[in-house]
Design a protein around this ligand. Sequence first.
Ligand SMILES: [Zn+2]
Ligand SMILES: [Zn+2]
Length: 315
Amino acid sequence: MYKIIKKNSQTNLKNIYLHSISHRNIILSFYKYFFVIDPKKLLNLIKLKLENKNILGRIYISEEGINALISVPIIQYKYIKHFFKRINKKTKRMYINYTIENKKIAFWDLRITIKKQIVSSKIKDFYFHQRNRGIYLNALLVNKYFFDPDYIFLDMRNSYEYEIGHFSNAITVPAKTFREQLEKLPEYLKIYKNKKIVMYCTGGIRCEKSTALLKYYGFSNVYHIYGGILSYIKQVKKYNLSNYFKGKIFVFDARLSEKITDDVLSQCINCKKYTDRTHINCFNNFCHRLFIQCRTCSIKLNSCCCLKCKKILYK
Ligand SMILES: [Zn+2]
Ligand SMILES: [Zn+2]
């Protein structure tokens, strides 16, 4: 009996300690394509390891691999990193992106879900084409090709991510979702077939698919930035290189965006003036459109995206 009480109080102390430093978390993001024989079994294993450790965020598991964005207390960081590197032979040398969390809370709970694919796209059996992905580029090579007219930089993120920050020479395929973008890709890039294509996204995962798709459609010179923008920014800082990514990056947690440079690339949806404000959803819940709006227009339209939405709310 004594032992149990002692153990409990130890756990309590540990929890109190964890809470007291919970403002110092590390956000880990990583993914790996590998064949998961039993996704449910992997889910249970991860649940067992991560529960009651103040770990928050999202983890997707599918037969084609794992994709995770989690916030981890600093003292757990190494343990968690090693745990994920040991779940499969293929994850042993997996690249793990990490950033120190801002003061704002990034997530409020932990959700581990089994999905059909770890990145949604319509292409079936993509796991098998996956090995056909493009050539990885580090920051040094990215900067070298940045000024080379033979290379085209292609942003593979959504429009709302592109509009607040991107490589200044990058083009984008206008689309609302990654799926739609993939569908449009071959047609859109037809005129660049003889060019060398450098693709990038936030953490690199989307380009594992998009580069493979492009090669499938007969493009032969396809590259992508290893570890995405996040890794590029890290390397630029570490090796004191020039940074050609301007503005902010959109992050998929409560922070919404992370400032990389002071350049303001985003424009107000209504008056088209440049504004540093973050995305908001239209105040009209039936519309709920995600957009950027300057302060003046926001006051004028009561945080609605347009006059029509305002009229619906304030008849
Ligand atoms: Zn405006
Ligand atoms: Zn609206």
